[in-house]
Design a protein around this ligand. Structure first.
Ligand code: FES
Length: 100
């Protein structure tokens, strides 16, 4: 997307996902499931997960894999990120809603 296409819209970056002293439940799920290795792709995975869970709170594994296919990860093989996203979807839907 070109920057001009975001004119007048809110842009969320990884720096805005966590509260000052508390990680977002999605970030916690990635850590808990060992879904972070070098970390290069992690911000994109977390932001894409956040967008997915906002439009589809209980995604299937196929939906998660389709979403993660847009993020290039050279380290994880995607298995653990898929597990983390599914766990985040199950673990804390109320916590995610509270952060909006
Ligand atoms: Fe290294 Fe994804 S964790 S590229």
């Amino acid at each position: 997307m070109f920057a001009a296409q975001a004119d007048g819209r809110t842009v969320l970056t990884i720096e805005g996902v966590a509260a000052l002293d508390q990680l977002d439940p999605i970030q916690e799920a990635f850590l808990d499931h060992g879904a972070v290795q070098c970390g290069y792709c992690t911000p994109a995975m977390i932001l894409c997960t956040k967008a997915l869970l906002e439009r589809s709170p209980n995604p299937s594994e196929a939906e998660v894999r389709e979403m993660l296919s847009g993020v290039l990860c050279r380290c994880t093989g995607y298995k653990k990120p898929v597990e983390a996203v599914l766990a985040a979807a199950k673990a804390a839907p109320a916590a995610r809603r509270a952060k909006r």
